[in-house]
Design a protein around this ligand. Sequence first.
Ligand SMILES: [Fe+2]
Length: 348
Amino acid sequence: MDQNLFNEICLQQLTLSAVHEDETVAVLTRGDDRAQYASAFLWAARKLGAQAFHLRLPAPSDTTGAWAVGDSGLAGNRRAVDALKSVDMLVDCTFLLFSAEQFEIQSAGTRILTVVEPAPLLARLMPTRDLRERVEVGAELLAKAQTLRITSPHGTDVTYQLGVYPTISEYGYTDQPGRWDHWPAAFVFTGGADDGVNGTIVLAPGDVLLPFNAYVQSPVHITIEQGFIRDIRGGAGSSGLDADLLRSYIEAFKDPRGYGMSHVGWGFDERAHWHGLTQFGGGMGMELRSFYGNVMFSIGPNNELGGPNDTPCHFDIPMREASLYLDDVLIVDAGELTVPEMRPASSR
Ligand SMILES: [Fe+2]
């Protein structure tokens, strides 16, 4: 993207994130990645009268290729962590999520915005205050619920016992001290009790496996007992290829906690496309996590929610045409949001 255009969208972002005079914004990058992002955010922060600096870490030495979450590159780099704890807002262009350092920085009151997606996607899914309000309506409902149940015409029927972990909303910008968000994003989630997820999930063709950045091609039956996946197998008559890939990937981490049930929720953004993986390889998949009416469940760590599971093995799996109930009230009806205040103004 042209640098001037990139500057302008970062200015819109930092304006939504309420950056102002008397504040300091830090931008974090690793190696040679996302230098253009850093330039744009530094420009935008100065435009808003804030102080700004760019902290660049060495490139990661691990080149296994797996998406192992939690390795921030900040571990043991005390002075860098302290510098980031001292600012009002950190623009994280490295993906710190799930790391101990991110939690420490947030606890110091620094708000954090993750920005790693391709620039054209950032521009197309620019957050809005309206979208934030719709997401917050959903978050309020989720935070009050004691159970969450997902069903689908393909045979999914799984229930999460709630009430242990907080509800988190993502709407693509952040203007509150200590709060984290990811641009772009439009979804809410929480987690089930550690031993409180039971049932069956049947992935159907078109559901999305992140970080494979691939669409499921053949049905996958996942059996869940007491918060852990006990069995993954292909549907009758299918090749079982997707089931094999999923199992093989998790096994490679040699960590049984990779079979834990992680966060669960649904998406809001009618501008985000289910077919988003067909563009830029899908980037990190935020478009897929956000598309309107998707029901997303996740496998692996729940430390993001304050839970004990900090395995580096993590899947996010947005599903189409699923239905979601909170305390037996239908909230997502086969991909359609039932609460008018969660829908775009044009379809209330
Ligand atoms: Fe996730």
